[in-house]
Design a protein around this ligand. Structure first.
Ligand code: 5AD
Ligand code: SF4
Length: 439
């Protein structure tokens, strides 16, 4: 009997990482991964709950999977991830074809859950938030051909920004032990990976207190950076309120740490930042940017921002635009505020009209496009180091990324996937650069 699985992943890099965890587990159990859900015996939908849009996407995908099950009653369908955590058993009522609901903190119990699936012992809901993140069981060959990948170093968030559902669905902050993290990174490197991004909702609050030793985030970075074969190290996401000087200095003395930081600012008005409970002011954020650029002049800075938070006036929005003009981010992820049930912001007055939110988002995105293009154009003629990740969509070209995380496509006869090459940038576009390798 072939046993096939299909995993649909929505949302952030942490979900990509969790899906890899599940896939490795299933491959170790003798399952094969298939590309179409119609051929699967087990479908897992790894969901996101951070905004209304991904939530709707998850329901509509689940609806389509449910109709496949009508023609194949042996199919098992599971919803995992943040939306599974948020909705719990209610999902089973709403979607009778659904068999499993597993929150992100329960993935370590997948062995037990898997045995239940195998015994066909009914429906299963697992949404405890107290468990530690699991240690993946290495699966030989799984990461073969991947040049870049992730290692989670911590999970959860203690910040409770007023709009955010993450603390409710990923639980409180918990850091993984350096031993586990190093072992996982070593396994990835032994499979041929060359770049590792450390993941956490708030990586700069990483803290491991062992019996004798205490590990801060910079100490962990330093240790990991020395692993054999690691060409590049990155991390995401950082919170402006606890970006330490030590971390800033890490960029200077850790040679393979990419000069890129993702530092969400969310809003440019102090009044809104306070309502968001972000724990910093506009001035403090700008000071940090200054400090980063003074210490590391070539650092790329990217960010997240939201428009239409409850009570956001035109003046508040103008302050957000003003901050964007001032900082000139390399790129920016921008969102319309969306109510998340149970958060503080959901109960706030002054909700902003849909059309106002859309028009603010358009204005903001147009501004950022100009900035991104201007910054990319300034790279024309420069020689940039690119980690080659594989063939590009265009026949005969290769693709990779700069340390600043910009995509570069290029022609080359002698470049090898997984190597660093210096590329001369010939043309810059909004979402990518094009160049030629200095052979
Ligand atoms: N509405 C809109 N955007 C949100 N984000 C988080 N919660 C919400 C929400 N309720 C955005 C923030 C965060 C990114 C991951 O998603 O900008 O940094
Ligand atoms: Fe959400 Fe704020 Fe935590 Fe980020 S820091 S996950 S925005 S609560």
């Amino acid at each position: 009997m072939p046993r096939n699985f299909y995993i649909k992943t929505m949302g952030c890099q942490m979900n990509d990482y969790d899906s890899d965890y599940l896939a490795q587990f299933l491959v170790n159990k003798g399952f094969s991964s298939v590309n179409t859900p119609e051929n699967a015996d087990l479908i897992l939908i790894n969901t996101c709950a951070v905004r209304a849009k991904p939530e709707q996407k998850a329901y509509s995908f689940l609806g389509r999977m449910s109709s496949i099950k009508k023609g194949n009653p042996n199919l098992t369908i599971g919803m995992v991830g943040c939306l599974a955590q948020l909705k719990g058993p209610e999902l089973l009522k709403r979607f009778p074809q659904l068999d499993l609901v597993i929150g992100p903190r329960e993935l370590g119990r997948f062995q037990e859950i898997f045995e239940k699936i195998d015994r066909n012992s009914g429906k299963f809901v697992a949404t405890s938030l107290d468990l530690a993140p699991p240690q993946p069981a290495p699966c030989k060959g799984y990461f073969h051909k991947r040049i870049t990948g992730h290692v989670a170093i911590m999970e959860g968030c203690n910040n409770f920004c007023s709009y955010c559902i993450v603390p409710y669905v990923r639980g409180r902050e918990i850091s993984r032990s350096p031993d586990e993290i190093i072992a996982e990174a070593e396994n990835l490197l032994s499979e041929g990976m060359r770049e590792i991004t450390l993941l956490g909702q708030n990586v700069n609050s990483y803290l491991w207190e062992g019996e004798k030793t205490k590990w801060s985030f910079p100490a962990l970075l330093h240790e990991l950076s020395r692993l054999d074969g690691l060409l590049r190290l990155r991390f995401t996401t950082s919170h402006p309120k606890d970006l330490s000087d030590d971390l800033i200095h890490s960029f200077l003395y850790i040679k393979n740490l990419c000069h890129h930081i993702h530092l969400p600012f969310q809003a440019g008005s102090n009044r809104i930042l306070k309502l968001m409970k972000r724990g910093y002011t506009r001035e403090k954020y700008l000071e940090l940017i200054d400090k980063l650029r003074k210490n590391i002049p070539d650092i790329a800075i990217t960010s997240d921002v939201m428009v239409g938070f409850p009570g956001e006036s035109n003046e508040d929005f103008e302050l957000t635009l003003d901050l964007i003009r001032d900082v000139e981010f390399d790129s920016l992820f921008s969102f319309k505020y969306s109510d998340r049930k149970g958060t503080f912001a959901e109960r706030m007055d002054g909700k902003i009209d849909k059309t106002v939110k859309s028009s603010r988002l358009n204005i903001l995105q147009d501004l950022q496009k100009e900035i991104t293009l201007k910054k990319n154009k300034a790279l024309e003629g420069r020689h940039l180091e690119v980690l080659v990740e594989g063939p590009s969509k265009r026949e005969g070209q290769l693709t990779g990324r700069t340390a600043s995380h910009k995509v570069v496509n290029f022609n080359s006869n002698n470049s090898r996937i997984g190597n660093l090459h210096t590329v001369t940038i010939k043309h810059s576009f909004l979402n990518s650069l094009w160049g030629e390798v200095l052979e």
